[in-house]
Design a protein around this ligand. Sequence first.
Ligand SMILES: [Zn+2]
Ligand SMILES: [Zn+2]
Length: 124
Amino acid sequence: MKCPKCQTDMKPVVIAGIEVDRCGGCGGLWFDAGEAPKLKMIHGSEAIDKGQAGMPGTTERPSPVSCPKCGTQMIQMVDLDQPHIHYEGCTVCYGMFFDAGEFRDYREHTLIERLKDWRSSASP
Ligand SMILES: [Zn+2]
Ligand SMILES: [Zn+2]
């Protein structure tokens, strides 16, 4: 499978029994349908993202990209909880593409939210 952004080969990376694809060039991550939300809940899953959260330049979207799985033109999606995170989503196979650093960002938010929930439930 080729990276939809830079056409470099993507290599499978297995984390917590879930296989995702990571680009050897730009470090982007490809998730099949439902994998990103699942991984978001798994401790340590951000290790697959070699980028840094909030890396400058990762929000650049030069041109529409095609889904590496089915070839459909992907659309830009925004995470509802974190509007600064833009990723590409396929409306046909429901795959998701995150630039390097975006998955880490996407996941870190959850940790902070969880901590908040824990604090609010811990207080009487
Ligand atoms: Zn790439
Ligand atoms: Zn697709």
